[in-house]
Design a protein around this ligand. Sequence first.
Ligand SMILES: O=C1NC[C@H](CO)[C@@H](O)[C@@H]1O
Ligand SMILES: [Ca+2]
Length: 438
Amino acid sequence: SVPGSARRDWKPVADAVREEYLWAWRQYVERALGADHIKPISGGREDFFVEGHSVGLSLVEAVDTLWLMEADAEVAQAVQWIVDDLDFDIDAPFQVFETNIRVVGGLAAAYHCTGDQRLLERAEDVADRLLPAFTQSPTGLPYRYVNLATGAVSDPETNIVEIGTYIVEFGVLSQWTGDNRYYDLAKRAMRVAYDKRTELGLLPHDINAETGRWRNRQATVGPPGDSYYEYLWDGFRLFGDPELKQWYDTLTGAILSEQAERHDGMLWFPQVDAFTGEVLSREQSVLAGFYAGLLAESGHVAEGRAYHDAFTAVQERFGVIPTSVDYSTMTATRVDTALRPEFADSALMLWLATGDEVFRERARTHFENMVATSKTTYGFASLTDVTAEPPSQEDTCPGYWWSEQMKYYWLLFSDTPRLDYRDNYLSTEANLLRGARR
Ligand SMILES: O=C1NC[C@H](CO)[C@@H](O)[C@@H]1O
Ligand SMILES: [Ca+2]
């Protein structure tokens, strides 16, 4: 039922992924239950959003991954913790973008997989606490922070990712609750930025939420531009909104004609001046690797393949892709890397779009190299230097590890009956919002 022929037996790899994940889950439960992060070297606890106010982030991010792995006892334990112990009435400023993609999205995915109404109620509760960031804004571009208890908003110095990565999570809430406020607020913010595109059809990435004025000239498909483009396409795919597709096609056409560059026979996307098209930087963030998958999903399969080929060259050179490289010299401009999932994200998207086994091979290497370099006493650790022998580790594990690369590997290798491989949707945080087969 999956695309392409299973020419080799991937089950051993799928079993290894599930074994590593459930081992890491047991360490988290025993040592850091309820913490945003486990500290994988020391076994300690770490807050992500606000010091002293963990919201069980890694647990919230793990629910749908556990469910897809048929770890149903672990799912039940996680849901029980959410119902008993997760309270968003916190008098502190939370980052609106990160809270949406990780917490609203994680709870929405948990609801989609389990059907437990209490999880939808929690998703609505935290989403409602984010709305003042939109409704208090004179332009409709949301502020970056909101106090979850008081609704006080702050920091208008934002970017297109943080004003434009909501329509998926807000859209399914509108669909599931019948309240269109969520969708309308999310789409309005995207429209404001789109309407300010330059003559070339490109977007700078920094903008002021109070004045609506651009704060810089640089366009990028990496952070903080990436998921604005992703969510235009995803919003069209999930909700069929033709305007979102028109905006996506216009901006993507400009990116492919004005920004794409061939270098040493490989396809790259330098940062350019959005007004003139002048190349500003040939630095490529590992986060930009998601774009290979987005291009393939949205009909630009050749470009998507070519961009993944480029990042495969980086993986082959460094073993683990560094936070950023200069592709004109193939040197790392930052040697650290925080367990970033994007290469595996686009490998899954390209495999689903083409059925080509090469993407499973590439993802297998990504998994094996991650285990070899990041696995430590109580879990998996970010790296401070991928070029060191052996690569040096940092005592932290990001929340997205629990939602992203381990889920991408599992879906690539397991052929799980819990996913509709022909019609599914994973958010930018890999939250499953369509395609769960209960
Ligand atoms: O869209 C995102 N950006 C950064 C993280 C992964 O690198 C994660 O939160 C998500 O994939
Ligand atoms: Ca992402």
